[in-house]
Design a protein around this ligand. Structure first.
Ligand code: MG
Ligand code: MG
Length: 257
């Protein structure tokens, strides 16, 4: 069942979402060659908990040990933070994180370059970002779930890259994973009808090579079957009367200097 959220509930989700956006800004300054994924995870957990009542929602979810999923290069999702995994110049790292605040979840992911990356990898990041933006534009009342996936497909078509099809977006609410599933492919006008008050995590995952993935022996990390790089961008989006509202952005506020 797809639950609709009230405007007040959406405001609470946006407050949690803005913590994620601020966290990404902080992490962008800390992502560098030599930094371990556990260092990023420790920083993130402390940062999230520094807002009263906010908790990292992935920690312990289905038994996952980290606050962040840290997935490097060919790792698509669910990489486990480790002191033994350090970033190298030219890597990309996809960071996926959820926050629960006031009983409501938000979920967002971003792929960061580590130092200078090659032109093909930069193009991968840009195509994945473009796919997310195109998909978000279709997150409006009256659209269907299939319209969102179709927008991702249209964006990726002709780039030579592949859409990872085994992993999908989802509804977000009191639980981080709710109905409906939001695939990154689809036919226009098919799937669930979208209504005002729905909150969806839209999250294209795009690979340079094959769309096929496999799970490593740690039973968490999912990698591309051919070892090619993959990128992941995700926002939590509310469907409002006025159009899509991205809830995982930094809220505007006055800062003292
Ligand atoms: Mg996520
Ligand atoms: Mg998600």
């Amino acid at each position: 069942m797809i639950e609709l959220k009230t405007p007040d509930e959406i405001e609470v989700i946006a407050r949690g979402g803005s913590i994620i956006a601020q966290l990404f800004r902080e992490l962008s300054h800390r992502i560098a060659p030599g930094v371990s994924t556990l260092q990023l995870d420790s920083f993130a957990e402390a940062f999230i908990r520094s807002t009263e009542g906010a908790v990292p929602v992935f920690k312990g979810l289905y038994g996952f040990p980290g606050s962040l999923c840290t997935s490097i290069n060919e790792e698509v999702v669910h990489g486990i933070p480790s002191k033994d995994r350090t970033l190298e110049e030219g890597d990309i790292i996809s960071i996926d994180v959820g926050v629960r605040l006031g009983g409501w979840c938000s979920d967002s992911a971003r792929t960061f370059p580590v130092g200078e990356i090659d032109a093909e990898t930069e193009r991968l990041l840009n195509v994945t970002k473009d796919a997310l933006e195109a998909a978000i534009e279709l997150a409006v009342p009256g659209s269907h779930v299939g319209d969102i996936g179709h927008a991702v497909e249209e964006t990726v078509a002709g780039t030579g890259f592949s859409i990872v099809r085994d992993l999908v977006g989802h509804g977000v609410g009191r639980k981080v994973h709710e109905d409906p599933q939001v695939p990154n492919y689809g036919r226009p006008g098919t799937g669930a009808l979208l209504k005002e008050g729905m909150v969806l995590a839209i999250e294209p995952m795009i690979a340079v090579g094959t769309h096929q993935i496999r799970t490593l022996a740690d039973r968490w990390t999912m990698v591309t079957a051919d070892g090619s790089a993959s990128a992941h961008f995700e926002h939590t989006v509310a469907l409002t009367e006025g159009g899509p509202r991205i809830l995982t952005l930094e809220s505007l506020r006055v800062e003292s200097h």
